[in-house]
Design a binder for this molecule. Structure first.
Ligand code: SF4
Ligand code: SF4
Length: 338
């Protein structure tokens, strides 16, 4: 099913969608573009390269209470969170949707599935948006991602000078477009833009990297590589494929709640155990963990590297200790053939 809506009608589209379900989309918020819930007056920005935090924030919220307990006399009442509203995630770029597929493998594609994540995925319709232009930090081509197409999406959208072109790819996507009725015109009213650009070429060679790293755990390289890291954790928070979280109880004997929130392998307390022992004693061990997880451990378990080339760690790390620098330091750079 193919549909078109002209750009000048997009405010009507947002209003109609938000009247039916929760609508998340890229919003200009000062200098940042954030994936936020639509409300009247927000400045929607579909031309942005990337939102500061990816769509993982919808499926794995940075903080959520999922259990409350109340104790009265001999009675203990537990209430689990069941409030999963239908939602649409609009304007998700192909790299970020690929990252969601990597998260699906961890949270949904094995038993037991993570119920909170799975219910949100099931309730949310994804409208992917083809990139119109990358910035110098985007390198999704290195992971065989096409910036103009997101195979796993419910609806694929293309933004042109005058129109937004929408193509339903799943039943969920078809239902969404059908709900928008006469707001949309049938068919594509112009050709979808052919995005023929290439993303940044950092000269990476990823073939065989995971295997190569198996013998590099004690490589002296780590003794130097970690030194600039400040342990701020920004890289893990902005990364769409990082998914570590912490679970904590808050309250007292009679009532309280259990919540989970994002955590980071770059923080000292991340692996600290109740008795005080910490197997990752310093920043070197933590930096090594972050990069070996993406480049060796995840591929060993799920068959692909846990990076989608979104460029967020390149844009955000205050000391430029990003994944491109680390891959190169580990020998993952193409060698010129003479
Ligand atoms: S690698 Fe960079 S962003 Fe990540 S914790 Fe270290 S300094 Fe912060
Ligand atoms: S490691 Fe960096 S480039 Fe790769 S997905 Fe994470 S933030 Fe994006």
């Amino acid at each position: 099913m193919k549909k078109t809506i002209s750009r000048d009608k997009l405010p009507d589209l947002w209003k109609t969608l938000a009247g039916k379900m929760q609508l998340y989309l890229p919003v200009q918020d000062g200098p940042a573009v954030l994936l936020k819930q639509w409300e009247e007056g927000v400045d929607v920005n579909l031309d942005a390269v990337n939102t500061a935090i990816s769509v993982k924030d919808i499926f794995l919220p940075r903080e959520e209470t999922y259990l409350q307990y109340h104790c009265s006399g001999q009675t203990l009442e537990l209430s689990e969170m069941e409030d999963f509203q239908p939602a649409v995630a609009f304007g998700i770029h192909p790299c970020d949707l690929k990252a969601v597929e990597l998260l699906d493998k961890v949270f949904m594609d094995q038993e037991p599935a993570d119920t909170l994540y799975k219910k949100r995925r099931e309730k949310t319709t994804v409208v992917a948006l083809a990139c119109n232009k990358p910035d110098p930090f985007c390198f999704c081509n290195d992971f065989a991602i096409n910036p103009a197409d997101a195979p796993g999406t419910d609806v694929m959208a293309h933004l042109t000078e005058s129109n937004l072109l929408l193509e339903a790819r799943t039943e969920k996507g078809k239902n969404l477009l059908e709900q928008l009725g006469e707001l949309l015109e049938d068919g594509f009213k112009e050709d979808q833009r052919q995005n023929e650009f290439k993303t940044a070429d950092f000269n990476l060679s990823l073939e065989g990297l995971a295997d190569n790293l198996k013998s590099r755990f004690d490589d002296p390289l780590w003794d130097e590589l970690y030194k600039s890291c400040l342990g701020c954790g920004v890289c893990t928070y902005v990364c769409p494929t990082c998914y570590c979280f912490d679970v904590e109880d808050y309250g007292h004997a009679y009532e309280g709640e259990r919540f989970r929130c994002w955590d980071s392998c770059m923080f000292g307390e991340f692996t600290q155990m109740a008795g005080g022992h910490n197997p990752r004693t310093g920043r070197k061990e933590r930096v090594r963990q972050r990069f070996l997880h993406k480049l060796q451990y995840y591929p060993e378990t799920y068959g692909e590297i846990a990076c989608v080339g979104c460029g967020r760690c390149l844009r955000s790390c205050p000391v430029n200790l990003d994944i491109v620098q680390v891959i190169k330091a580990l020998g993952g750079e193409k060698v010129e053939q003479r």
